[in-house]
Design a protein around this ligand. Sequence first.
Ligand code: NA7
Length: 536
Amino acid sequence: DGTTSAPDVDVVVVGAGVTGLYAVHRLRGLGLRVRGFERGDDVGGVWFWNRYPGARCDVESVDYSYSFDEELQQEWDWSEKYAAQPEILRYLGHVADRFGLRGAYSFGTSVRSAELDEERLLWTVRTDRGETVTARFCVFALGCLSATHAPAIPGMADFAGTTHHTGAWPHEGVDFTGLRVGVLGTGSSGIQAVPLIAGQAAHLTVFQRSANYSVPAGNRPLDDAERARQKAGYAERRRLSRLSGGGSPHAAHPARTFEVPEEERRAAFEERWRLGGVLYSKTFPDQLTDRAANAAARAFWEEKVRAMVDDPAVADLLVPVDHPIGTKRIVTDSGYYATFNRPDVRLVGLRENPVERIEARGVRLADGTLVELDALVLATGFDAMTGAVDRIEVRGRGGRPLKEAWAAGPRTYLGLGTDGFPNLFHLAGAGSPSVMANVVLCAEQHVDWLAGCLRHLEAHGHRAIEAREEAVDGWVAECRDRAAATLFMEADSWYLGANIPGRPRVFMPFVGGLGVYGEIIAEVAEAGYEGFDLIG
Ligand code: NA7
């Protein structure tokens, strides 16, 4: 009898990226029956899809790796300070093999819907392959940057050349040799891809709407001695990382920007510049809250960048004018600015000269000129954080769609759950610090919390856990207020959904950082899951 039978499994995990893989491993370790679904044909999540040239993590590889297993941590050798996409994908494949995770998954399978049976407190999950699975717990590990965004530019379908989005890059790669290539978008993906495409193509045109702040990675190979030092120091490195905002051991300068004399200030910026990449956003602790402090960091950055670009008019275009430094994630690049010194690379500022339409032969600009292209690369980003959730038809109590509950922006308590949706967990998504920190440690933090929670339910004979409405209201307000106390609200960033037409302008991540967030969720658990109802 279908109405009284036990669920097919205890837990469904959606996603086989960094977060989903660890969730499967950890929850299986509790003795739970876990079933995973993954849209891609293998593990890897964002690293499975983003195979564009130059794709690389902006967190050092020593930090962007799991900490849950000491042997894993000691046995894996990273070849570079910042690992490129193929190496990270190999690593995640290694993790999947080592812990036998692939067997738990159906790959090439998208979850279409998840529906709550309110009587039995079970979730019914349906896939695009026609499979239906029932589970007590439903865990979304969907990734914050997994729903690609391609703008609706008139004439896109008329283009006679090839078009590829960086976030859905062909597995066999793309050969640009001899071609006239256009890259649309200068976020992290565009900025990473541009130097490599320029090196291969006959000619490259970069179409830039907003300039971004980028800082050279200072990437380099790691040798055995450095790897050995890193591995020997892991315990302390992880301890510091878990206490930090960003999930790496680097701490901001102890003083505020203008508490130190100018010489020391410059030396601090210089040191951070050399450290490389995104870490430049936290040279001083007040850089993202104080306008003058931010301006000082920005001025130093501008000096550095202008020194790398030969043509002052091109440099003018490359300096952002619309947002404080760090309020969009600072890009970590390898050779981006120098690429504009090449004679076969052209930068088009779309604010001065917007794209009018795409035609068979290329891109028609507002001034009437046609940029002829053989290939177009869309580096236009993602429907971040909520885009992937939206693709699943989720129905909670009373058949209420999650989309409806989240119509004015994602509503969660601690990023983990929403009232009306018992036993549905979001991992490393909206309302969590994951996109503003090292996602690997964020994933571990969330999954470990979830494991503790499910153990608690089991030990106390509870059938379900559900966030209370007032707790959700409180967390939404806390995320909003924390962001309002920073400069982050001044950028039209994907943190705010501002890159997607029609999205409400709501700051979606928890801006307080990994360490603070970890304390908050630990305290909630210790207080008997305060803010949640424990049911049955
Ligand atoms: P981003 O950072 O969202 O960048 C997307 C880029 O595409 C950005 O420069 C956008 O300009 C541009 N864009 C988007 N739509 C258009 C249209 N219609 N016309 C012109 N230009 C457009 O995505 P990424 O993939 O680069 O990086 C995402 C994250 O991955 C990154 O933050 C890292 O954490 C890793 P805009 O700035 O909106 O003017």
